[in-house]
Design a protein around this ligand. Structure first.
Ligand code: DAH
Length: 339
């Protein structure tokens, strides 16, 4: 018995395990119902009183050693486990929801990029303006109805009241005041009008204004620049047509239509069966406007144009209701995630 105890003690010393499963197998093999130590205890029960006295303490020590050894192995497995990352780096990650650019931002950038290729640079001006830069310098007569409370949000009253700009044409004026021709600018911005909100109108919307002033700038230059824009934006096949119109700051003035990109001119709901869609206003800058901002109208001519970003975006994606652009409904906005 003495020998057996010693052999088990040496064996115990050299025990190793690679994982928790192996530790458990050792525990069963040593201390389980049929484990070496349990069997030894059974044998011990059979021996005489003298031997019991002799081997009792040794067997107890052996059992104690086995328990300690197996506990030590188990602990070392657990602490080794603690150093491993507590997550599985090979599992696919949880996708974070990605935002998307707002459709109006997408269209604004597209418009700017097209005009950049023609040499235009971006200019911006204040949203809170005075009457002079929004109306006066743009040749609006004092009694012009656009100044009426119906259309304009006024901030202060007086001779040159402060107001929220109703169009981005005010940026033209500021640029003409501070630079000499040639001027070739594209002016995106937010504008405000006192309109009832509906599917087709909003009190806040966005425009892009263009202005080109130099010697010998002609109506034909304007037409060609707008045709270039229309084909870049709506597709190589589109046509444009210019209809005579009136704006106080341009003479002559025109409204520009593009051939309907949905029915290709055949007539549909979107173009109201005309085959044409209105996209902007334009014209040759009125000499009064040049002179008001200190530009010699005998030496320089120029053209200007202005379009609504919401309208262009509605035509691009066939959006039927302008209010979608401002409601921030994620289901609407997500549709532009890859646009
Ligand atoms: N400012 C005009 C509007 O808000 C748009 C416009 C028309 C701008 C003709 C222009 C232009 O520069 O030449 O409706």
């Amino acid at each position: 018995m003495h020998e057996k105890i010693n052999r088990l003690l040496t064996e115990l010393d050299s025990l190793t395990a690679k994982n928790a499963g192996e530790v458990e197998a050792l525990r069963v093999g040593w201390l389980g119902k049929k484990g070496s130590i349990t069997l030894l205890f059974e044998e011990f029960r059979q021996v005489g009183a003298e031997e019991k006295r002799q081997f009792g303490p040794q067997i107890n020590r052996l059992k104690q050693a086995a328990v300690e050894k197996i506990n030590a192995l188990r602990e070392s497995m657990e602490s080794a486990g603690g150093h491993k990352p507590s997550f599985d780096a090979t599992l696919p990650g949880e996708p974070a929801p990605l935002g998307a650019r707002h459709p109006l931002s997408i269209v604004r950038s597209e418009i700017i990029d097209i005009f950049k290729t023609l040499g235009y640079t971006v200019a911006e001006g204040p949203e809170v303006e005075d009457d002079y830069h929004v109306f006066g310098a743009l040749n609006f007569p004092p009694e012009h109805p656009a100044r009426d409370m119906q259309d304009t949000f006024f901030v202060t009253a007086g001779d040159n009241p402060v107001l929220l700009r109703t169009h981005t044409s005010s940026v033209q004026v500021r640029e003409m005041e501070r630079r000499k021709p040639p001027i070739r600018i594209i002016c995106p911005g937010r504008v405000f009008r006192n309109e009832a909100i509906s599917a087709r109108a909003h009190c806040i919307f966005h425009q892009v204004e263009g202005l080109y002033i130099d010697e010998n700038v002609s109506f034909a230059d304007m037409k060609q620049s707008i045709l270039y824009f229309a084909r870049e934006f709506f597709g190589a096949g589109v046509q444009i047509r210019l209809r005579p119109s009136y704006f106080p700051f341009t003479e002559p003035s025109a409204e520009v239509d593009v051939s309907c990109n949905i029915c290709r001119g055949e007539g549909c709901n979107v173009c109201k069966h005309t085959g044409w869609l209105e996209i902007m206003g334009c014209g040759m800058v009125d000499p009064n406007v040049l002179e008001a901002s200190g530009i010699d109208s005998k030496k320089y001519t120029g053209f200007a144009f202005g379009m609504g970003i919401e309208r262009i975006a509605m035509l691009k994606w066939h959006v039927r209701d302008l209010r979608h652009y401002f409601e921030n409904d994620i289901r609407f906005l997500q549709q532009f995630a890859t646009a």
